[in-house]
Ligand binder design. Structure first.
Ligand SMILES: [Zn+2]
Length: 557
């Protein structure tokens, strides 16, 4: 049996099956039951919310052999033919493909003839806003003096493009965008009918991405069934859509909130290695902050299940409501700039640096006119703090993009006598092990294909000796806990692939000039360089809001 697209297979066949448009359905059913029906209907609303589906059900209701009804039988010849698109008195037109006046005339010239077999001759014109001016005029003439046996069902996503003369002759129904929950519930019911296994997070993600459109959600579900060979799992849908795993977004947020600079640097490197979509991560951060703000202000979650509710509650407790607003503002500002920025990575990193650099104090300073001035906190000696006039905080701040990179180790240069390490920025890094020194090793480290615990272990190494095809690594005895057999094995396998035949020897030592130490020093130097007052956004905040930067606490203590 051939596969039938879900949107087609489960297209609502009666008013009861239509999701989320109860206000329209009720009005139509009342009109049908009392036989008080207008001759022209206009269904408006965003794509995929059921405009033409509703119109087809209405066509059935008007032409069902059982009589005009709010509950067409669905099995009589007329209902069946309307369902299969073969009913001779339902004339469906896609205005997007018939915009000439001649076409419209041809369409309407038979309007005065009685229907062939049905009660009404029905013209269903989709995307009617695409008609040309002369086509509208031809339509208008018929709408002004409609024959008794004709009904016009018009559908459009852009009613504001219709002439007022046409609008005023139609009974307009505005279809709502569907909520995430309505879409998710519907998808779950279909998946249960189809007896397909699925996880709720996956369904929730599809419902969110569909952005109010049931049709989009169903085609995404179709795609994901094909992609996941009949299963619907979160990871597969995430891969299919190219969305970022939410746990990375929450981890990044935790590090930012905790002021964990080293963690942030590593996370940014990792996200970059994974070739993440920078815009998407910022958008996800916005979603996360929105959820946190909802908990803080209304003690409610959207139920989207996009993020772990324990994480959301943690943020709601750990980050002040003002700070959440500040983060949101900074991320939105950065998103705005990022769309124009030539280098998305730099722009993304600047966004995260801004989040690290700003801290907002408790509200309630006396003397401000409308809203309290937010001032420096007691702990201002630990982190950068900016005093901001909250009154103006919703103004947009136009800035030029800065060209700093947060990636501290990338910028540290190898010794002069060192050989070039990275062959190409984009290509897989290749180390020249012949004569490799610790400095070159340190500089190349971020590009090495090391992950997780193995990476963390190797960060605590110093390349002590490189002789006779043997690499001797000094291991910080403080970091012995990382030195597991498994991590060593993975490390050596990766090095074998890179080095083609070098041996690896470990030496536990107390004094180790490890990569981790070099990275920490470089990060400190970088932070000094990126002091908040050099940031264009800070300058702008200073000018516009009278913000003050409290010096001497950005990586200098
Ligand atoms: Zn019927």
């Amino acid at each position: 049996m051939t596969y039938q697209a879900l949107a087609r297979k489960y297209r609502p066949q009666n008013f009861q099956e239509i999701v989320g448009q109860e206000h329209v359905v009720q009005a139509l059913v009342n009109g049908l039951e009392n036989n008080r029906l207008h001759h022209a209907f206009l269904f408006t609303g965003t794509r995929g919310v059921g405009k033409t589906t509703l119109a087809r059900v209405l066509a059935k209701s008007l032409n069902c052999i059982d009589g005009i009804t709010g509950t067409p039988c669905g099995v009589c010849a007329h209902c069946e033919e309307i369902k299969s698109g073969e009913f001779i008195d339902l004339i469906e037109v896609d205005a997007a493909s018939r915009t000439g006046v001649d076409d419209t005339r041809a369409l309407l010239e038979n309007v005065h003839y009685a229907p062939s077999k049905g009660r009404y001759k029905i013209y269903l014109i989709d995307e009617v806003h695409m008609f040309s001016k002369s086509s509208f005029n031809a339509l208008l003439k018929t709408l002004e003096e409609p024959p008794e046996h004709v009904k016009f069902l018009l559908a459009t996503t852009e009613p504001d493009k219709l002439p007022i003369t046409v609008l005023s002759r139609c009974l307009q129904f505005n279809l709502k965008r569907l909520t995430q929950k309505q879409i998710a519930d519907h998808l779950v019911s279909l998946l249960e009918k189809e007896q397909v296994s699925f996880d709720e997070k996956a369904v929730s993600l599809i419902a969110r991405v569909a952005d109010g459109s049931m049709r989009d959600s169903l085609s995404l579900l179709d795609q994901s069934l094909a992609f996941g060979a009949g299963n619907v799992t979160y990871d597969e849908i995430r891969n299919m859509l190219g969305t970022v795993e939410h746990s990375h977004v929450t981890e990044l947020m935790k590090m930012v909130a905790a002021g964990d600079h080293d963690g942030v640097v590593e996370k940014l490197e990792w996200l970059h290695e994974m070739s993440i979509d920078h815009v998407q991560v910022l958008e996800e951060l916005c979603l996360l902050l929105h959820e946190v703000a909802l908990i803080q202000q209304f003690n409610r979650v959207t139920g989207s299940a996009a993020f772990d509710s324990a994480d959301l509650k943690y943020f709601a407790q750990q980050i002040s409501a003002e700070q959440v607003q500040m983060y949101y503002q900074l991320v939105m500002l950065s998103l705005d700039q990022m769309r124009m920025a030539p280098n998305k990575k730099i722009s993304f990193e600047m966004a995260i640096i801004r989040m690290l650099a700003f801290e907002i104090g408790p509200a309630g300073q006396p003397g401000s006119k409308k809203k309290p001035e937010l001032s420096a906190t007691e702990t201002s000696t630990q982190t950068a703090t900016v005093s901001v006039q909250a009154e103006s905080s919703t103004q947009s701040v136009a800035t030029n993009e800065s060209v700093h990179s947060v990636s501290s180790t990338n910028s540290s240069k190898p010794e002069s006598n060192a050989k070039p390490v990275i062959q190409a920025e984009q290509a897989r890094p290749v180390l020249d092990f012949d004569g490799l020194t610790h400095d070159v090793w340190t500089a190349a480290f971020p590009k090495l294909p090391l992950k997780g615990m193995t990476r963390e272990m190797a960060r605590h190494f110093e390349l002590l000796k490189n002789e006779a095809k043997t690499l001797t690594f000094a291991v910080d005895s403080q970091a012995q806990m990382y030195l597991s057999d498994k991590s060593k094995q993975v490390f050596e396998q990766i090095l074998q692939a890179e080095t083609q035949g070098y041996k690896v020897v470990y030496q536990l030592t107390d004094e180790v000039n490890s990569v981790a130490k070099a990275q920490a020093l470089a990060a400190q130097a970088q932070q000094k360089q990126l002091a908040p007052h050099k940031d264009p956004v800070v300058s702008e905040l200073q000018q516009q809001f009278g913000a003050t930067v409290i010096e001497n606490k950005f990586g200098t203590q």
